[in-house]
Design a protein around this ligand. Structure first.
Ligand code: FAD
Length: 151
């Protein structure tokens, strides 16, 4: 059975400082984890303050239904699908929705993908953002497992 993947970007519309943005992201991830667990959706959300880039993967109808709901959310705008495709397996199987706000902790991952400054997804190919999401996910996974071993 194939897995449907959709990648889109959108512009953040929530004003405020880093703390407000972090609370905003936590609320989004919490609703995402609740709903995506129910719907068999996994993926990753990149949040670079001005922009969101999200990958949704799962059953085609569920991915489409989830994206339609997300696109209506007033916390962001200019939602634009960059690519859809069917793949043999999930790229983010361990997350109902992983994601992190860009911070100094993950700057090295952004730098390794050539993103020294803010991301402008309107000017970047989807493949480049997909590769960044995979590495951010891997970075987080390695950090978590090191943390677990240490405790
Ligand atoms: P609730 O979370 O109970 O929300 C009820 C209603 O209030 C919804 O219409 C919701 O949009 C709105 N709402 C809630 N909080 C706020 C707020 N702080 N400001 C304005 N309106 C608000 N949802 C998923 O299920 N999966 C995802 O992967 C996912 N990714 C997202 C990515 C982004 C960038 C954004 C902005 C939102 C994302 N969401 C995702 C949230 C989605 O848009 C809906 O808010 C959510 O699915 C609704 O969940 P719910 O039915 O449990 O309603």
């Amino acid at each position: 059975m194939t897995v449907h993947q959709l990648i889109y970007y959108s512009r953040n519309k929530t004003p405020g400082d880093d703390r407000t943005q972090l609370i905003n992201l936590r609320e989004i991830l919490s609703a995402s984890q609740r709903n995506n667990g129910r719907d068999g959706i996994t993926g990753y959300l990149i949040f670079d303050k001005s922009w969101f880039v999200q990958i949704l993967e799962g059953d085609r109808a569920k991915v489409s239904e989830t994206y339609t709901r997300i696109a209506r959310d007033t916390r962001h705008g200019m939602s634009t699908v960059m690519n859809t495709r069917d793949v043999a397996e999930r790229s983010f199987p361990e997350w109902t929705m992983g994601g992190a706000m860009r911070s100094i902790d993950v700057q090295e991952v952004y730098l390794s993908h050539g993103f020294g400054g803010p991301i402008d997804p309107t000017k970047v190919k989807w493949e480049k953002l997909f590769a960044l999401a995979l590495d951010l996910n891997e970075f987080e996974r390695t950090r978590r497992s090191a943390h677990k071993q240490a405790s």
